[in-house]
Design a binder for this molecule. Structure first.
Ligand code: C5P
Length: 233
C-alpha cells in the first residue's frame, strides 16, 4: 500500500523497542529501525519485529563503493525488510549496484530509496565544506533524478520538497518524509516541520514520525491520530 505512517523506533535496545510495540494490540505499525538500534541489537531485532507482523524500513543509509554496497544490500534483502536506503551521493553506479544486490532470484526486492542532502547540511555548509556551489534545492532535485535514473523507487526528503520531487520525477516516485509534528505539539530539534494533514496535501507517500508518537503519554492514541490525519479523515 502506498501512503502509510512509519514509526521511527529510535530506542537504544531491543527490549525497549519490543516493549513499545507491545503497546499496540490491534494494529501493526510500519516500523523504522535506524543505525543505533541495528548496530546495537543486530539483524535479530529485524527478524523479531518482522515475526510480529510489522513492515520494516531499515534506515542504514549505505554509502560505499558499488561492489561493497551490492553485497551489503544482498544481505539486507535476505532479511526481508520492506524499505531500505542509501546516500545518493554515492553516485549512479553505486545506486545501480544496490538495486542489483537487493533483487532476489525471483525478481522481487525491498523498496529502495535515496537520501539526497541531509537536512543537517544547509547551503553554507554545502558550499564551504563540500565545495558544491549550486543552490541546495537544485542539488536535491538532481540527486532525486539520479536516483530515478538508477532504478530507485524514491527519496527521503522534507515534506516541503515532496511536491517538487513528484513534479520532476513523476507521481509514482515515492517521497518518504520525516519532520512531522502535530499542530499542537513540540517541534524539538526539527527545523522545518509539517503536520500529517499538510504532508498529505503536499503529496508525501510515507511520513516518518518518531517522538510525536514514541514520547507521547499515549503512543497508541498518538499513532491513531497520525494515521487519521494523514488519511485525511
Ligand atoms: O522524532 P522525530 O519525529 O523527529 O524522528 C524523525 C526520524 O526521521 C528520526 O529517526 C530521524 O533520524 C529521521 N530523519 C530525519 N530527518 C532526515 C532524515 C531522517 O528526521 N532528513
Amino acid at each position: 500500500m502506498k501512503r502509510d505512517v512509519i514509526v521511527a523506533c529510535d530506542f537504544p535496545t531491543a527490549e525497549q523497542t519490543l516493549a513499545f510495540l507491545d503497546g499496540f494490540s490491534d494494529e501493526k505499525p510500519f516500523v523504522k529501525i535506524g543505525m543505533e538500534l541495528y548496530y546495537g541489537a543486530g539483524p535479530e531485532i529485524v527478524r523479531a519485529i518482522k515475526a510480529r507482523g510489522h513492515k520494516i524500513f531499515l534506515d542504514l543509509k549505505l554509502h560505499d563503493i558499488p561492489n561493497t554496497v551490492k553485497k551489503a544490500m544482498h544481505v539486507l534483502s535476505a532479511l526481508d525488510v520492506d524499505i531500505c536506503n542509501l546516500h545518493c551521493a554515492g553516485g549512479l553506479d553505486m545506486m545501480r549496484a544496490a538495486v542489483e544486490g537487493l533483487t532476489r532470484e525471483d525478481g522481487t526486492r525491498p523498496l529502495l530509496i535515496g537520501v539526497t542532502q541531509l537536512t543537517s547540511i544547509d547551503q553554507t555548509r554545502m558550499e564551504n565544506e563540500l565545495l558544491i556551489n549550486r543552490p541546495l534545492p537544485e542539488v536535491v532535485m538532481q540527486y532525486a533524478q539520479n536516483a530515478k535514473a538508477a532504478g530507485l523507487d524514491g527519496v527521503v526528503c522534507s515534506p516541503l520538497e515532496a511536491e517538487k520531487v513528484h513534479s520532476v520525477c513523476g507521481d509514482g516516485f515515492l517521497t518518504v518524509t520525516p519532520g512531522i509534528r502535530f499542530a499542537d505539539g513540540a517541534v524539538g530539534d526539527q527545523q522545518r516541520v509539517t503536520t500529517p494533514a499538510k504532508a498529505r496535501e503536499i503529496g508525501s507517500d510515507y511520513i516518518v514520525v518518531g517522538r510525536p508518537i514514541t514520547a507521547a503519554d499515549d503512543p497508541v492514541a498518538a499513532y491513531r491520530r497520525c494515521v487519521k490525519e494523514f488519511a485525511g479523515e
